[in-house]
Design a binder for this molecule. Structure first.
Ligand code: AMP
Ligand code: GLY
Length: 422
């Protein structure tokens, strides 16, 4: 089978490595891919938002199956366009991708179908929002409605911060039209869990749980980032909680989307918070998480291609989806300064005995040299029978990978270890 994977980050690298294991796969094209992905797939210079470009390429190359992973093309309707051109796809169509594309939509869906989430209000008028935050309990959580590169959420500790957030999102349009509406919601507390799931619109099969580390610096200090590291499984996500999430959140969400005439096919990501009142949804993503994928897929024992085909074809109930009982840790190596200004163009070198899965997120090839080209440069994943071993092994491997101005967190997995050790 000839596959095409849309995107060019560490997540896509992990997806491609896993797809390559399948004997049915003969070729993989990555649009646009990156310098590291180029060692595992054929990179094609077509951007992830260039929908006419990807449709034309898929037709020319007679692509058998397309995997659309990033949020932008999904929300823009890449799957609709490819399917209309006769190219079968993994990923939700535009109507279903609304679950990530609009927080107002997802909050109303949860309210209508009784799915546990933070209490909220929607505002389309900045003056009304500013009035509301004068009285709202603190901290208060302010979210831009649309996509905002993972930066559209502000946890305001003071009224001043809340007002500034409303103004910058709604008046200054910091995220463009994504800020035409905002959600202001209740601040929840508790450990966070990411659960990625396969779904064909009827059946939902959760993958192994994971924990992201979103802040730039150790001990959850510093700015929010796209994610500085992950571990799997998440020790807070016990079998009892998993069973509750299945009944109270996963199945009701799939049924709700079907009832709304927006059946969701693809990977539905549940961002959960385990509050004292039980598990609640913090956010939905219509796609694999990054860097969650970099710990989840290395633990998957069954075929990713078969699971993806089953999501597309509605046969997930008959498909074997299995994960090992092991653990994984991914440490992201970033450029010093990320998520703000950083330098790029430094050569990445690796010792000859690197044993990790190294997933490249931001690097380009120059001749046969790999040069940094992004804030998050790469993720270093190790699997092991225990979480402690996986964390130790990942950090050992990090020492073998070098580039100027490299920065990484030293405490990925330490909160999870504290939970395990009590
Ligand atoms: P999101 O982009 O929706 O994932 O939000 C980013 C981060 O903000 C989440 O991972 C949480 O840590 C935090 N967050 C979002 N909503 C809430 C909430 N209602 N209460 C507390 N923290 C939140
Ligand atoms: N790691 C969070 C996300 O992919 O949105």
């Amino acid at each position: 089978m000839k596959l095409m994977v849309i995107g060019g980050g560490g997540r896509e690298h992990a997806v491609i490595r896993k797809l390559k294991e399948d004997p049915a796969v003969t070729e993989i094209y990555a649009l646009p891919g990156n310098g590291g992905i180029a060692r595992d797939a054929v990179c094609v210079d077509i951007g992830a938002k260039d929908i006419p470009g990807m449709v034309a390429f898929a037709r020319e190359q007679s692509i058998d199956f397309a995997v659309v992973t990033p949020d932008d093309p999904l929300v823009l309707g890449a799957v609709d366009a490819l399917e209309a051109a006769g190219i079968p796809c993994f990923g939700p169509d535009k109507k279903a991708a609304m679950i990530e594309g609009s927080k107002v939509f997802s909050k109303r869906l949860m309210e209508k179908y009784g799915i546990p989430t933070a209490a909220y209000q929607v505002f389309t008028d900045p003056a009304a929002a500013l009035d509301y935050v004068k009285e709202a309990p603190l901290p208060t959580v302010i979210k831009a409605d649309g996509l905002a590169l993972g930066k559209g959420v502000v946890i305001a500790q003071t009224r001043r911060e809340a007002e500034d957030a409303v103004r910058s999102i709604m008046e200054d349009k910091k995220f463009g039209d994504s800020g035409n509406q905002i959600v202001i919601e209740e601040f929840l507390t508790g450990p966070e869990v990411s659960v990625l799931s396969f779904t064909d619109g009827n059946t939902v099969v959760p993958m192994v749980s994971s924990m992201d580390h979103k802040r730039a610096r150790d001990n959850d200090q510093g700015l929010n980032t796209g994610g500085m590291g992950t571990i799997a499984p998440n020790p807070y996500y016990t079998p009892d909680i998993a069973a509750r999430c299945m009944e109270e959140i996963f199945k009701p969400t799939i049924a709700a989307m079907r009832a709304e005439g927006r059946p969701f096919k693809g990977c539905l990501y549940f961002g959960l918070m385990l509050t004292p009142q039980g598990p609640k949804v913090i956010e939905y993503n219509s796609r694999f998480g990054d860097p969650e994928t970099q710990v989840v897929l290395p633990l998957m024992e069954s075929s990713l291609l078969e699971a993806m085909l089953a999501c597309r074809n509605g046969t997930l109930d008959k498909t074997d989806v299995r994960f090992s009982g092991g653990c994984a840790c991914c440490v992201v190596m970033a450029s010093e300064g990320y998520p703000e200004a950083y330098e790029k163009g430094y050569e990445i070198t690796m010792d000859s005995d690197v044993a990790a899965q190294v997933y490249i997120a931001g690097a380009k090839l120059e001749g046969d040299r790999l040069l940094t080209s992004g804030g998050r440069v790469l993720g270093v994943t190790m699997t092991a029978p225990t979480l402690k071993q996986a964390i130790g092994a990942a950090y050992e491997q990090v020492e073998k990978i070098h580039f100027q101005n490299a920065y990484y967190r030293h405490d990925i997995g330490s909160r999870a270890m504290r939970a395990l050790e009590g």
